[in-house]
Write a new protein. Structure first.
Length: 326
């Protein structure tokens, strides 16, 4: 009895005192099949509104999440006259962050646009140009945006905050800062999300600095290091597209376990040195599926990451529809 009471008090205390982030994986892969492409929802605990972090697959991921019980606050009664899937898509996704405009990060946004409501898309200026010129142009798709060619249907306001500048994410309590990433010649980006003194980092596709001849990841590690020292970084989502057998000249701006571990070793240096990344939750995203029989890319990547994990970070492999709290 006494134990239960203490547990209840502690649970109440923790929910009240510490900000945390709810993340639902809508799509976790980096290609091939259209129904499980990169997209995650994030919100602060206690707020109903999500920001979509990329939008490769949206509706199929929401359906999977409902099946898995990852949206317990949405009932058919609450969703009416929409379906729960429609309600989460239209009403609970408050805004989008698009890391870069590759198809596996925007397909769900474009396909769902006719049934979406007015929202803001945050993305790099370069990605905004691609969305206007190559997707919302009345040739690939009707222009659901607020700029560009032909009639503007105006569902999406495409907003390009300056790199490094803080902005409010939709009408949520979360704020964001965008940092550039190198992705084989395409401008990609990372979003650092903060609320109530806690942060979470979402990385779009990226290569390693050594391979990309870039300093973009190094610049990001210098930002995240102090946050880790203050215990303010709750977790991150970062890609590992290929296993270690992928040759450097076939990476196309992506990471392997070996390259990610070497980048994280840099991060450790800026975070207080040996042991400072211990138990840091790192969600591995964007695994490239294969059509080769008997090959399991996720199992291979998982095994290679854990074999080289002298940093002691907590690698996580969220599956489509899974929810996790950070
Ligand atoms: Zn991608
Ligand atoms: Zn890409």
């Amino acid at each position: 009895m006494r134990k239960t009471l203490i547990a209840v008090v502690l649970a109440g205390y923790s929910a009240f005192t510490w900000a945390s982030f709810d993340v639902v994986a809508l799509g976790t892969q980096g290609g091939l099949s259209g129904d499980n492409l990169t997209s995650y929802l994030i919100r602060t605990e206690g707020d109903a509104r999500y920001i979509a972090l990329d939008a490769g697959s949206t509706l199929p991921g929401i359906a999977k999440g409902i099946e898995k019980g990852s949206f317990p606050d949405v009932t058919p009664e609450k969703a009416a006259p929409l379906t729960p899937q429609g309600y989460i898509f239209r009403e609970q996704i408050n805004a989008y962050f698009i890391s870069h405009p590759h198809l596996d990060h925007v397909a769900g946004l474009i396909l769902g646009s006719p049934d979406d409501k007015k929202k803001t898309i945050y993305t790099l200026a370069d990605s905004a140009n691609t969305l206007h010129n190559h997707y919302f142009n009345w040739k690939s798709w009707p222009n659901f945006s607020d700029a560009g060619n032909g009639e503007r249907l105006g569902t999406y306001r495409i907003n390009s905050p300056r790199v490094g500048q803080t902005f409010t994410l939709g009408v949520t309590p979360m704020r964001g800062v965008i940092y550039p990433l190198s992705h084989n010649g395409t401008a990609s980006s990372m979003l650092l999300i903060s609320a109530r003194g806690e942060s979470f980092a979402y990385f779009g596709d990226t290569g390693a600095d050594a391979v990309e001849r870039s300093k973009n990841l190094d610049a990001i590690w210098r930002v995240l290091g102090p946050l880790i020292q203050q215990k303010a970084l709750k977790g991150m989502i970062i890609e590992t597209s290929y296993d270690d057998a992928q040759p450097d000249n076939k990476l196309l701006g992506h990471l392997t376990p070996k390259l990610l571990l070497s980048e994280l070793t840099q991060l450790e240096k800026y975070s207080g040195g040996a042991g400072s990344l211990k138990d840091l939750p790192i969600v591995i995203s964007h695994i490239k599926p294969t059509l080769v029989a008997g090959k399991d890319p996720q199992a291979l990547i998982q095994q290679q990451l854990s074999a080289g994990n002298s940093l002691g970070v907590k690698f996580m492999f969220m599956q489509q529809g899974d929810k996790a709290v950070f």
